[in-house]
Design a protein around this ligand. Structure first.
Ligand code: SAM
Length: 219
């Protein structure tokens, strides 16, 4: 597994120039989410977390955690005994996430890391989530992110991906149609997911922002 990890690192580094820098406007981002969910950000987060299969004692990794809203909502679901960790490529988002968690009185570690190169040991997390992250990652790097997610979970671990999907013309929400959102189709990741070591995949549309989910279990 160690060998596999260095191989993944080497390959991810080899396509390094294509690595993305993430989002650098945390306040505006939170405002946008609030506007897009019509002030129901909390209900949005809970609906997404219902799909993650969290339970007390679980170790959760939220990749591309942004300003930490979802990691903070998830924390309660893994108590007692569980923990939540967030990673993001954007320091600005991480600063906001740390501030938010500290205001909530929670000790949630938020680390600076790229989804294609996670700084965690093999099998560390029961559940890994990516919420509206993979559309931002250049296509050539996505399979590395999925392989890294598989590596940090033991067999039986669960991966939940939330992102944009379906033919653009049929997307009901305007935010699902534009820019990187419109170019991305979550369900095209089924094959790379299988190749990365996931099975029992299921997915479909959500009632939020034209988003879909796709989840699988680590073989
Ligand atoms: C649209 S935001 C979603 C944030 C959060 N998951 C949420 O639901 O509010 C996408 C986040 O992914 C981060 N991101 C983009 N590419 C990443 C990568 N390669 N590795 C880690 N984080 C990444 C961005 O910096 C940003 O915070």
């Amino acid at each position: 597994m160690h060998h596999l990890r260095s191989e993944i690192r080497a390959s991810a580094a080899a396509i390094g120039p294509e690595a993305n820098k993430g989002i650098g406007f945390p306040r505006l981002y939170d405002l946008l989410v609030l506007m897009l969910t019509r002030g129901r950000d909390r209900a949005y987060r809970e609906a997404l977390l219902d799909l993650a299969g969290l339970a007390p004692g679980f170790q959760l990794l939220d990749v591309g955690c942004g300003t930490g809203t979802q990691a903070i909502s998830a924390w309660r679901r893994v108590q007692p005994g569980g923990s939540v960790v967030g990673v993001d490529v954007s320091e600005k988002m991480l600063i906001a996430a740390r501030r938010k968690a500290s205001r909530a009185g929670l000790e949630i570690p938020f680390y600076h890391a790229d989804a294609a190169d996670l700084p965690f040991e093999d099998g560390r997390f029961d559940v890994v989530t990516f919420t509206t992250v993979l559309h931002m990652v250049p296509e050539a790097r996505r399979s590395f992110c999925l392989r890294e997610a598989a590596r940090v979970m033991p067999p039986g671990g669960r991966l939940l991906l939330i992102d944009y999907a379906g033919p653009v013309g049929e997307r009901g929400h305007m935010s699902a149609k534009h820019g990187l959102h419109g170019q991305f189709d979550l369900h095209r990741l089924r094959e790379p997911l299988a190749a990365a070591g996931f099975e029992r995949m299921e997915g479909g549309p959500l009632n939020w922002l034209g988003l879909h989910y796709l989840r699988g279990v680590r073989v």
